[in-house]
Design a protein around this ligand. Structure first.
Ligand SMILES: C[S@@+](CC[C@H](N)C(=O)[O-])C[C@H]1O[C@@H](n2cnc3c(N)ncnc32)[C@H](O)[C@@H]1O
Length: 324
């Protein structure tokens, strides 16, 4: 969550066609990073459960759910339309989420991309403490619920117990001015509770209680890393950590939802061809939206929006279309 405007098109009446239709605070670099960590686990045959604390309308959950294997569980914990457990959390909810958030909107968005819902716990994340979550069962946990110190520190304690040895935890907003509680809880876990940073992006911290070096080696070797992602190394208290910066070059669009088919995806028979048709339709939709946005906006704003919002494959398609 950032204090800048919520990224995401308005909710589409029939459900989202592309991931960008789902409002949220989940940018390309982090989507690519989630896909990188989860894709690496898939390649290495790592199995285990997945968890997201704080799902909002599903933008990041939809991406995590893409990596769920048969027999594994994806647990999502969010208050959705329930009451917050304390006044501070309640005002956080009122300021940032209340106007738009319902559990049913989350479910509609999620089911546009997946056959089945994750396991939903509609409650404060504090209910996960005290043994509700099986120890060592999880391979990936995204902490993005309350951004208040006490809550994040508790969420980190849950994650530490829940993760398997080489499991990955991701913390949202570990460095924003309006979320000092996340920064405090994150670095407290690093300095006092054995959490090891793997990589930092502008918005998220990626870490493990296991060994960060194998992840860092593959990142530095650029295994499956998009060309626009630049890595630099830092040393923090004797340990290496990586920083990712750059642009969206080489980060393809997330596949389209089932609603993309009404835009011309047809009725492909296999999952593979479904993806191809959906990707093409998603690309087509993104190009048409960018053209419409360009027609509406002053030139410099449109250029900036296209550069910030669109994957390079789309921007080059727009350039080709303009030349044509
Ligand atoms: C920043 S949003 C999550 C954004 C989402 N991960 C994304 O990338 O689109 C934070 C979410 O945390 C939920 N939340 C806030 N406090 C919570 C708490 N104490 N327990 C569970 N969920 C909470 C809010 O309802 C909201 O949906």
């Amino acid at each position: 969550m950032t204090d800048t405007a919520l990224r995401g098109e308005s909710q589409q009446p029939d459900g989202p066609a592309v991931l960008e239709d789902v409002p949220g605070w989940f940018w390309d670099h982090d989507r690519h990073s989630f896909e990188w960590f989860l894709g690496r686990q898939a390649k290495d045959g790592v199995t285990g459960d997945l968890m997201e604390l704080g799902a909002y309308l599903g933008r990041s959950a939809i991406v995590i759910g893409e990596y769920l294997n048969p027999g594994e569980t994806f647990t999502v914990c969010d208050l959705f339309d329930s009451d917050a457990p304390d006044d501070e959390n309640s005002s956080e909810m009122n300021i940032s989420y209340r106007k738009t958030l319902t559990r049913s909107a989350f479910e509609t968005n999620y089911l546009a991309f997946h056959e089945e819902l994750p396991e939903i716990i509609q409650a404060p994340t504090s209910v996960l403490a005290g043994g509700r979550v099986p120890a060592g069962a999880y391979r990936f946990i995204h902490i993005d619920a309350s951004h208040l110190y006490e809550h994040v520190a508790d969420d980190l304690r849950v994650a530490r117990t829940a993760l398997q040895e080489q499991g990955v935890v991701v913390l949202d907003d570990y460095r924003a001015q309006h979320t000092p509680g996340v920064a405090a809880a994150t670095w407290e876990a690093v300095f006092n509770h054995g959490l090891k940073p793997i990589m930092l992006t502008e918005c998220k911290f990626y870490g493990t209680w296991g060994d960060p070096e194998p992840f860092q080696r593959d990142l530095l070797d650029r295994v499956d890393l998009a060309s626009g992602c630049y890595l630099s190394t830092e040393t923090l208290n004797g340990r290496q950590l990586l920083r990712m910066t750059g642009d969206s070059t080489g980060i393809g669009p997330f596949r389209g939802s089932r609603h993309v088919q009404r835009l011309g995806g047809g009725h492909p028979e296999s999952r593979g061809s479904l993806r191809t048709a959906q990707d093409e339709a998603a690309l087509d939709l993104a190009v048409r939206r960018a053209r419409a946005a360009e027609a509406r906006r002053p030139v410099n704003v449109a250029k900036r929006a296209a550069r910030d919002l669109l994957p390079p494959v789309v921007t080059s398609a727009i350039r080709r279309a303009r030349r044509g």
